[in-house]
Design a protein around this ligand. Structure first.
Ligand SMILES: Nc1ncnc2c1ncn2[C@@H]1O[C@H](COP(=O)(O)OP(=O)(O)OP(=O)(O)O)[C@@H](O)[C@H]1O
Ligand SMILES: [Mg+2]
Length: 296
């Protein structure tokens, strides 16, 4: 059954913090994170939602959190709505399949980006400067080229608008030498393991972004993990270096928006039904390929 949720309204709880995609409710020691069907493009949240997107993102994150348990612990406390605390009981139908109760973390103020291929802003920086935030790469690499090894290119978590690159040295100044090294090593470790899993299913992970936090004095992965919103997934079969690749994310939406006369500031335009349906199919497809399962 197709389901669409633009935003949650839970009057029994204090008002949430609404991110671009998630509504986050403060439960004290814990947070209730609800992935809505909102979609953003060019950092603008669009007025049209993509049915089931929040459920796809949640199911994919849960899949990867479990796959990566041997490398890094995560923030999950409960994902079964039947076991949620009493005040949430009457909201179960909206929460099912798209929410998680997590431990509140002291968040690391950086987005931990790992790149295995040259795409997006990484490609742009390389083309202009020959390096990506301080990591020098071989000359003459083409767009979408596979890098000899994955590189760690953290960026700041912008409160509003675009994130900006920072180099590893900046991260070190920000969080200290030992945490910076741990963030790099864990991020690359997750990326390598996930790439192995995905490649076995015909998918290349071009790049991705992790968020981490400290919970009970320990580093844990938080937020979402290896979803089409946080990653570029390419079909291995169709991979052709030398130009940009189709990706299993909101490319369909971006392409549509690029054809409009819109200046990429608020308010964003509505999406027509055929674009919504194509984008939804794409989200469902990558879920099926990566996890072997459809929506639960
Ligand atoms: N365990 C956690 N503890 C604290 N904060 C968390 C935790 N897990 C996720 N978050 C935060 O919850 C928010 C999720 O909302 P969402 O992903 O929609 O935000 P966003 O618009 O992508 O990012 P921003 O944080 O810049 O608003 C993020 O700010 C994320 O950092
Ligand atoms: Mg986010």
């Amino acid at each position: 059954m197709e389901q669409v949720l633009w935003q949650t309204q839970f009057p029994l709880l204090s008002p949430p913090r609404r991110g671009k995609v998630r509504d986050v409710y403060d439960l004290g020691e814990q947070l209730l994170i609800v992935a809505t069907d909102r979609v953003s493009a060019f950092d603008v949240v669009l007025p049209t939602a993509i049915p089931d997107k929040g459920r796809v993102l949640t199911q994919l994150s849960l899949f990867w959190f479990r796959e990566m348990e041997g490398i890094i612990e995560n923030h999950l406390v409960e994902t079964d709505v039947e076991k949620y605390p009493a005040p949430l009981e009457q909201y179960r139908n909206q929460l099912r399949g798209r929410s998680m109760i997590v431990k509140k973390a002291k968040t690391v103020p950086a987005e931990c980006v790992v790149r295995g291929y040259l795409a997006g802003s990484g490609w742009k920086d390389y083309r202009e400067t020959g390096n990506i935030c301080g990591v020098t790469l071989a000359p003459n690499l083409v767009e979408s080229a596979r890098l000899p090894e994955p590189i760690f290119t953290p960026s700041t978590k912008a409160e509003v608008g675009h994130d900006t690159n920072m180099c590893f040295a900046d991260l070190r100044t920000f969080v200290g030498q030992s945490l910076a090294e741990q963030l790099r090593d864990v991020s690359i470790g997750i990326f390598e393991k996930a790439s192995g899993v995905a490649e076995g299913r015909g998918i290349l992970i071009a790049d991705t972004k992790f968020e981490f936090g400290i919970i009970d004095g320990k580093l844990k992965v938080i937020d979402e993990m290896l979803t089409p919103d946080s990653s570029r997934f390419w079909s291995a079969k169709e991979y052709k270096p030398g130009s940009s690749q189709e990706s299993y994310d909101k490319q369909i939406i971006r392409d549509y928006l690029n054809g409009l006369d819109w200046d990429k500031t608020y308010p964003g335009p509505e999406l027509p039904p055929e674009i919504v349906e194509k984008a939804r199919a794409r989200y469902l497809e990558i879920l099926k390929i990566l996890t072997g399962k459809g929506l639960e």
